[in-house]
Design a protein around this ligand. Structure first.
Ligand SMILES: [Zn+2]
Length: 315
């Protein structure tokens, strides 16, 4: 029997997590290394010499005396939580197969629900910003998808009320297997929306395969080739080979989100979609999820609660 490559990879155990990042000092050293891989540099004057004010976790420049906090300007800014709790949260969220709810996070790391919720949103924000900066390339299956709305009796299919439209795209390797996915909320399936999305999320010269929905031809504005396959609609169109992967992923993301979260606020859907994609795109890299995430997290700008709460449905 051939073992499933994703399921049987070594991964990273809780035991290793506690060994490597079990104390504040270890976590601080890790953040320092991710933030300043070439060694400390004063953000004010560029000087490399500093002394550490350990009690307040500050680094003071020897030349201009400017004090820099390890977490200022990062997604961790102003947190009052021990870094060990952050690292545990990141570990749980990046290693989980389908996701970890704020409620479960609250129990597992021992914080209030509000704190767990905002940690979770911040961690998902890092994932979103990371993948937003990595366009898909090669051969890409593209389809329109919708979140919610089915149970309220609205009409099915495109343009129904109470549904949030999102773009689903899967890039394939030469063997036709999925490499990376991107799912992005759009205001609607219109030419300008698809054009905007494609310019950010597709590498020029990629080949995009979609059904006959007119707006998809806008990928050409992002300098991509477009192959439109008219499916004729109906259930049989879903099983067309050209769209197998993208349809599978749309099914998977819906199951993952509804299976993990009791209810999600629609305005935060972009982050939940991004979380699913981020984890999927790194499914072969469980072992170094934490350092890879950490490196990006210290480069992700702070996200105060009021920003997290803002409607960001189309971000
Ligand atoms: Zn300085």
């Amino acid at each position: 029997m051939v073992k499933n490559q994703v399921q049987f990879q070594t991964g990273y155990s809780l035991f290793e997590l506690f060994q490597n990042y079990g104390t504040e000092e270890q976590c601080q050293q890790a953040l320092f290394k991710w933030r300043w891989p070439m060694g400390f540099r004063c953000p004010e004057c560029g000087c490399k010499k500093y002394c550490r004010i350990k009690t307040r976790n500050l680094y003071q420049c020897n030349q201009c005396r400017q004090q820099t906090s390890l977490i200022s300007g990062t997604i961790f800014e102003q947190t009052k939580l021990p870094l060990t709790k952050w690292f545990l949260a990141i570990h749980l969220i990046t290693q989980a197969k389908t996701g970890v709810s704020a409620l479960s996070l609250m129990r597992q790391i021992g914080v209030s629900y509000n704190t767990a919720w905002s940690m979770k949103q911040k961690i998902m924000q890092v994932m979103k910003e990371r993948d937003d900066s990595k366009p898909l390339t090669g051969v890409i299956q593209l389809d329109d998808a919708y979140w919610g709305g089915e149970r309220r009796g609205g009409k099915r299919g495109r343009g129904s009320a109470n549904k949030v439209p999102f773009v689903a795209a899967v890039s394939l390797n030469q063997a036709g297997h999925p490499v990376a996915i991107d799912m992005h909320v759009v205001k609607g399936f219109r030419l300008n929306e698809i054009s905007k999305w494609a310019k950010h999320h597709l590498q020029p010269k990629s080949t995009v395969i979609s059904d006959g929905l007119p707006c998809f031809s806008a990928v050409k504005e992002a300098d991509c080739y477009h192959l439109s396959i008219v499916t004729g609609g109906g259930p049989e169109s879903v099983s067309k080979e050209e769209f197998t992967w993208v349809n599978t992923m749309i099914g998977n993301v819906k199951n993952a989100i509804t299976g993990t979260y009791h209810a999600i606020s629609l305005k935060h859907l972009p982050r939940y979609l991004a979380e699913f994609c981020y984890r999927h795109n790194r499914r072969f890299q469980l072992e170094d999820m934490l350092p890879r995430f950490g490196y990006v997290a210290v480069r992700t700008p702070p996200m105060p609660r009021r920003l997290l709460n803002m409607a960001e449905a189309y971000g």
